[in-house]
Write a protein that binds this ligand. Sequence first.
Ligand code: SF4
Ligand code: SF4
Ligand code: SF4
Ligand code: FES
Length: 958
Amino acid sequence: MQSIAEHDLGTPQRRSATQVTLTVDGREVSVPAGTSVLRAAAEAGLSIPKLCATDQLEAFGSCRMCLVQVEGMKGFPASCTTPVAEGMKVTTQNDKLASIRRGVMELYVSDHPLDCLTCPANGHCELQDMAGAVGLREVRYGYSGANHLDAPKDESNPYFTFDASKCIVCSRCVRACDEQQGTLALTIQGRGFDSTVSASQAESFLESECVSCGACVSACPTATLSEKSLIKAGQAEHSVITTCAYCGVGCSFRAEMQGEEVVRMVPNKDGHANHGHSCVKGRFAIGYATHPDRITKPMIRASISDPWKEVSWEEAIAHAASELRRIQKKYGRDSIGGITSSRCTNEETYLVQKLVRAGFGNNNVDTCARVCHSPTGYGLKQTMGESAGTQDFDSVMDSDVIMVIGANPTDGHPVFASQMKRRLRQGAKLIVADPRRIDLVRTPHIEAAWHLQLRPGTNVALINALAHVVVSEGLVKEDFVRERCDIESFDKWREFVAEPRNSPEAMEAITGVPAASVRAAARLYATAGNGAIYYGLGVTEHSQGSTMVMGIANLAMATGNIGRRGVGVNPLRGQNNVQGSCDMGSFPHEYPGYRHVSDDAVRLQFEQAWQVKLLSEPGLRIPNMFEAALDGEFKALYIQGEDIAQSDPNTQHVTAALSAMECIIVQDLFLNESAKFAHVFLPGSSFLEKDGTFTNAERRISPVRKVMRSKSGYADWEITQLLSNAMGLPMNYQHASQIMDEIARLTPTFTGVSFEKLEQLGSIQWPCNEQHPQGTPTMHVDSFVRGKGKFLVTEYVPTREKVNARYPLILTTGRILSQYNVGAQTRRTENSTWHDEDRIEIHPHDAEERGINADDWVGIQSRAGETVLRARITPRVQPGVVYTTFHFPESGANVITTDNSDWATNCPEYKVTAVQVVRVSQPSAWQRRYQEFDRQQQSLLDAAVHPRQAAKADSPAG
Ligand code: SF4
Ligand code: SF4
Ligand code: SF4
Ligand code: FES
C-alpha cells in the first residue's frame, strides 16, 4: 500500500554526467547540470511554491509563484526556468518573496470559485495548497469584478470533465498533451483575461483530436480537469501499485481505492515502462471488472444445448476432473489438452502448462501467442539465441532512425508510441513499412522520411530488397559482423541478398514500393547512427512470419544495430503478458525458458521437481488440436482466459472443432464465444483480484497486486491448483510468490527473480540471475546469447492466398486504440463511445467501382466465408487493399480469414485474405446463425444466473 500523494520535484530530472553544486537557503546541494533551481531546492528538501511547474513537464514559467533571489542576479527569477550554476547562492524565503507570491495568489483566487468544501479536489488541490503555503488571508480585490465563474463545463468525455470556471490557465494540460502524449489536442486560445483552454478548434473534448489518455487530467493542479469517477466517489483513502492488464507496454498504475472500490487509476510516475503516462484503456477502461455480465459462480452442463446449472466449486472441479479422466480412459492420454492465456499472470500460465505436462501426462499445451508472436520466438531464437526483444523502451530516446514495420503503435502500444513520438520530435528519422497509412506516417510535428507502402504479404521481398542495398552499397558494418557473427552464415546470406533478383528494382513489381524509396530507406537505416526496428503483428501473422523476423534480425546484425542503447530488434507484443506466457513454457515443445522437451537434462530437472515422468515428444499446437478434434481423437480442452472461438482464424472451422469435443472447460470472466461451446465454466478473476506478475514487451516483469477480493472466491492460479489436485497431481501453493520461486528454481533466465526483489526494484527485465542480478535492459551486449549471431537465408515465397477475378482485393486486419483484441473487456466500458462497431475500410477507387457509399453495408467474401460490415471510405488503405478491426464477435472478421499459416510456427496468416467486397442489404448467413446461437446461449445462461428473470421473460405475459 502506498501513500496517495506523489512527491513532485517541480521540473524533470536531467541526466548530465556533470554535477553542479550550489547552496539553497544555506544548504549545499549537488545536481546534474541543466537541473532547475526549483528542482535543486526540492532535492535539498526545500519546497518553493509553484503552480505551473511539475516534474512531468518542461518548465514554462507562467505563474510567477516560484520566484527566488539569486546572489549577483537582478530581480526575482522564476526558479523553475532558471538552471543551476556552480557556486550559485539561492534564497527561497524572505519577506519580499512572500509578499510577491501572496500578491500572485490573491489574483488567482479573486477569479476562482470559493467552493472548496464541495470541490472534488478538496484536500488535493495545488491551488488550495499554495494559498495555504503563501499565507493568503484576504483578497483585497473582492470577488465581484470580471471573472470566469460562469464559464461552461464540458462533460462530453465519458471519463473526465472540464470545468472552465476553475481553470487558472497554467497550461500544464496543454503541455502534457504536447510533450507527454504527443497529440497536441489542446491550445490556449485568446489573450490575457480572455485566455482559455481549448480542445482542437474550440470543439468539445469528445469531438476533438483528444485520445483520452488522461495526461492533462493528471497534470491539472486544480479540479478543472477531473475524473468523473473521482467526482462521484470522492477521494481515495489508500492506493496499491499494480500493472495494466491490457497491452504489452505494461504500464504501472496506482489503483486509488476506497475500501475495495477503485476510485481511479493513476499512472505511476515511477513506472519503468510508462513514467507516469497512460492510455485510455489502462487508465479508464476498468469498468469491465465489476460489470454485471461477470459470472461469479461455477457452472456445468451436459451438452451445449442444455441450460447451465450453477454448482459449488467442489462439484464443478470434481466434475471437470472426472470428465477429463473419463475421456483420457476412453480415448487415450493424448485426447485432452490445455490453452494458456497471455492475459493471465506468469504464475497462472506456468501452473496450466505444469498441469498439462505433469497432470494430463502429455505436452498438449499451447497459448494464444501461437496466433500472434510465435514467429518472433522462433525467428529471434534462431538468429540471436533468445526469443525476446533486445531493448528497453527508454532505449528509443537514443535512436537516430526508427523503422516501424507492420505495427501501429499509436493504436496498439499508445504509451510507447508517445515516447517514440517524443524522440521523433527531437529529430530522429522515421521509416514506416506498412500497407496502410497509419497515424504515425504523418502526425503533429512528425512526418515519416519514408513510408514503404507495400502490398500485404510481401514483407520478405521488402526486407530482402533493403538488405540488398546494404550489401551492394558497402553499408555492412564489417567489424561488427566479423567480431560478433557467424561468418559462414553471413557469407551465404550476403551472396543470397546480393543476387539481382533481390534488388529493389526487381522486387518493386512484387512489393509495389518504388525502388528509389527502398534504396533511400535502406541507406538511412544503415548510416544514420543508431537504427532501431520496432515491429508488430504485420510482420508475424503471415505465411512467412518467421522468415520475416529472421530477415529483420539479419538486417540489424549486418548494420551493427544490436547490443547497445538506441538500436535493436523490438517486437511490440500485443497483449499484456504475451512475452510471459511464452517464457513460462506455454508452447507444446518447450519448458519454461524456451528449453525443448526433448532435452534430456532439462526434462530430468522438471521430472525431479514435479515428481512425475514427462514426455519427450512435443504435444499438439492449437490448429493441430482442432484437426484432431475433427478427426475424433481430441476430446477435451481446458481453456484459461482465452477466447479461441473469436480470436482464431476460420471461425467455422474452430467452432466445428469445439462442437466435436465432449468436455470444454472455460475459465474466464464472461460467457465469451468459446464458453458458448463449453460444458464447465469456472469463473475467473480480473487483474484487480489477484497477485502475480506480467512480463511486457521489454522482458520487464512487473507486479500485479490484489486490490480487492476475488468475485468468484479464487484467483485463477488457485482454480488451476484445485483442478490439479482433483486430477491427482498435488499442488499446494499458498501464494503466487511461491509459484514464482519454483519458476526461478527451474528457469536459468529467472534465477534471480522473486516477489521480494520486485518489491525492492519495482520491476525486473529478464535475464535476471547471478550474472545480471538487477536484470538486463539491453540484450546481446558483448556477444549474442547463442554465441555468434547467425544469418539465415530468407527466400521470398509468395503466399498461397492469391487474388483473382473472384477475390480481387486483399483484406488485412488490425486494432484500434479504444478497443482491445476480442473486446470482451473494452466493449463492457465507455470505450465503445469511440468505436462501437468494426467497419471495413476501402479506398475511394475500389468503393466507386463497386457503387459503395460511406456507411453502406457490404458483404466481404473470402474462400473461407462471408460476413457483412459497414463501409468506411478512406485513402488510408491503398487501392486493392481493404482493412478491418476485429473487436466485435458479430463482425465475424475471422469467418473470412483462412487456415493458411506461418511455415514454422503455424501462426495464422491473418494479414492476407483475398476477398471480394459487394454492396448488400442484410447480414451474412453466418451472422444470422451467430445471432441465433448467441441468443440461445444467452438464454441458457440466464436460466442459471438469473433464473427468475429468465422465467419471467419466457412466460406468455413476459
Ligand atoms: S486526454 Fe490526453 S489527448 Fe486528450 S487532451 Fe488530455 S492529454 Fe490530450
Ligand atoms: S485546465 Fe488545469 S492544467 Fe489546464 S490550464 Fe486550466 S488549470 Fe491549468
Ligand atoms: S499503453 Fe498498454 S499497458 Fe499502458 S495503459 Fe495503455 S493499454 Fe495499458
Ligand atoms: S512554477 Fe515557476 S513560474 Fe510557475
